[in-house]
Ligand binder design. Structure first.
Ligand SMILES: *[C@@H]1O[C@H](CO)[C@@H](O)[C@H](O)[C@H]1NC(C)=O
Ligand SMILES: *[C@@H]1O[C@H](CO)[C@@H](O)[C@H](O)[C@H]1NC(C)=O
Ligand SMILES: *[C@@H]1O[C@H](CO)[C@@H](O)[C@H](O)[C@H]1NC(C)=O
Ligand SMILES: *[C@@H]1O[C@H](CO)[C@@H](O)[C@H](O)[C@H]1NC(C)=O
Ligand SMILES: *[C@@H]1O[C@H](CO)[C@@H](O)[C@H](O)[C@H]1NC(C)=O
Length: 487
């Protein structure tokens, strides 16, 4: 297994390395197209760069985001158009002189003079939209606002560029039409067609990843649009994955603080109105009555409880275990219906967990005596963001040689010992912390470890002692019972 660190802005503050003394004349963008897919808690941005090399041997292409964009961006990924392999990206700290963030994308092959390539850079922004108006009554619609910058930044010259902002539905309430675009265009710059607003084309743009360009030419744009789903934010997730060899079980327990980040409910909540809206199928978009989660195949015994107790209104459609390689296409569906509909601005805290056969996510390598277990970082609720996550993996008692391979670097990592009933020395545990997780971050944490034979024996001894204790107690009570009956 190899470590595949994927760099994430704001997580890795590598210093500006010498390789980033990039030459603004090594490439030229023949065309740049940015597509922004508006959503609720998440906004997906795809930028396509048609690139021409101006030098022999050009291998490092530099992508740039403004300070504000970089703060909102929690995932970045680059590929060659039409290929599935992701390219290595090196993230650099804010360049204070230019006021921009730079990302080094390593091309698979060096380009010769006039060589061309099309790069696709995907990013996911979190917390990039906000409800507008801020409040809505129970029967009112939900609309959100998104703000961005007009020009895509690049350290290279760009022959032509445009930005498309795509709303989920064509009923767009308003959008900015920027003016005074100086040398880049003479035509109308903003056009709406269906649910898409197109800005541009703009032509002959000089290198723009610098303060001079930003101050002189950059313009803000805003789009106000309808959004027909609740905006779900998990403000805190505490996930505990407990590996049990004794029970051949993997238990995943999630303590979840959910927040409806849509417009705050104006006035009192009326259950009668809610029932009637449910009856006529006209529930306002900012009301969250239920949601679905996709769990792996083979999962069983799900539990769902809140502060009051078990919530019985959930439905579970399991699929049986399948071979590990086939797991990506199949899932069990858990439909969760909280105790009350979660209105805009409201919170709902609950615990959700399940068990699965350990064999579904573990493997044993007899040659090295190592176990390998895969634990998902989180299980996303579609379209939601996890602000703060703590993921803890609890290993079997006596586990040694623990090594962890997260799919992307955590903000912090700590080790501890977890002691439960029947444990003698306690179980080693590793905890990771993350922020701003999206559905892109649902990757697997691989953990490898060994369990010495003596640890198995220790467990057997502890259990045997407990059993003997119970047995003795049973004998004792039986004797007592007998005596009572005979008396
Ligand atoms: C480009 O560079 C490669 C090696 O870096 C060299 O073999 C080739 O001759 C160069 N081509 C030109 C046109 O200079
Ligand atoms: C998480 O997102 C918030 C809001 O977009 C941002 O301010 C913060 O810097 C992000 N944190 C990390 C660690 O990315
Ligand atoms: C690159 O293209 C330009 C213009 O199309 C041409 O003048 C030049 O000779 C080309 N250079 C090479 C090395 O092919
Ligand atoms: C909740 O449900 C579980 C099984 O689904 C059961 O074992 C437990 O006793 C229940 N707890 C309460 C408080 O009803
Ligand atoms: C919801 O939780 C957040 C913290 O996560 C808190 O700031 C806010 O006041 C809570 N809202 C309500 C209505 O309790």
């Amino acid at each position: 297994m190899t470590r595949r660190w994927r760099t994430i802005p704001l997580l890795l503050f590598s210093l500006l390395s010498p390789s980033l003394v990039y030459a603004a004349h090594s490439f030229e963008n023949t065309a740049v197209v940015r597509t922004i897919e508006l959503g609720g808690a998440l906004v997906h941005v795809t930028t396509t760069y048609a690139v021409k090399s101006l030098e022999n041997g050009s291998k490092d292409y530099v992508v740039s985001l403004s300070e504000d964009e970089a703060e909102k961006t929690s995932w970045i990924e680059a590929k060659i158009k039409g290929q599935s392999e992701t390219l290595t990206i090196q993230t650099h700290a804010l360049n204070p002189q230019d006021g921009v963030f730079l990302y080094n994308v390593q091309l698979p092959n060096a380009l010769g003079v006039n060589g061309t390539i099309t790069l696709v850079v995907d990013t996911v922004q979190t917390h990039a939209t906000y409800p507008w108006p801020r409040e809505a009554a129970q029967n009112e619609e939900q609309s959100l606002k998104y703000e961005s910058d007009l020009f895509v930044l690049s350290p290279y010259k760009t022959a032509t560029q445009r930005t498309k902002i795509r709303a989920p539905v064509p009923r767009i309430i308003s959008f900015t039409t920027p003016e005074d675009l100086g040398p880049f265009t003479t035509d109308s710059v903003a056009t709406k067609s269906g649910a898409t607003i197109t800005y541009g084309p703009f032509s002959s743009i000089p290198p723009s990843a610098n303060k001079k360009f930003l101050e002189k030419h950059q313009k803000p744009v805003a789009v106000h649009y309808h959004y027909e789903y609740p905006v779900v934010e998990i403000t805190k997730l505490v996930r505990t994955a407990e590996i049990s060899h004794w029970g051949a079980n993997l238990n995943i327990d999630n303590q979840i603080d959910l927040h409806n980040a849509g417009p705050t409910l104006k006035g009192q909540f009326s259950r009668l109105e809610h029932q009637s809206q449910m009856f006529y199928g006209r529930l306002a978009a900012h009301v969250l009555p239920a949601f679905n989660m996709h769990l792996p195949p083979g999962v069983h015994s799900p539990y769902f409880y809140d502060l009051i107790g078990n919530v019985s209104t959930s439905r579970f459609r399991p699929v049986p275990s399948v071979p590990k390689a086939a797991q990506a296409n199949q899932f069990s569906v858990l439909e969760l219906r909280p105790r009350y509909p979660v209105m805009g601005g409201w919170n709902y805290s609950f615990t959700l967990g399940w068990d699965s056969p350990l064999a579904d996510s573990a493997a044993y390598d007899a040659a090295t005596g190592q176990y390998i277990v895969a634990v998902p970082v989180h299980t996303p609720i579609a379209g939601s963001v996890v602000d703060d996550a703590e993921v803890k993996i609890i290993f079997p008692e006596g586990a040694t040689d623990i090594e962890i391979f997260p799919p992307f670097p955590p903000l912090s990592e700590s080790r501890s010992t977890h002691i439960t009933y029947l444990d003698t020395t306690g179980r080693p545990a590793v905890t990771f912390k993350y922020k701003n997780l999206t559905e892109k971050h649902a990757g697997l944490i691989y953990a490898s470890y060994k369990v010495p034979f003596s640890a198995h024996l220790q467990k057997t001894k502890a259990v045997a002692t407990a059993f003997l204790g119970l047995f003795a107690l049973a004998l004792l009570t039986k004797r007592v019972d007998l005596r009572l009956i005979k008396a």
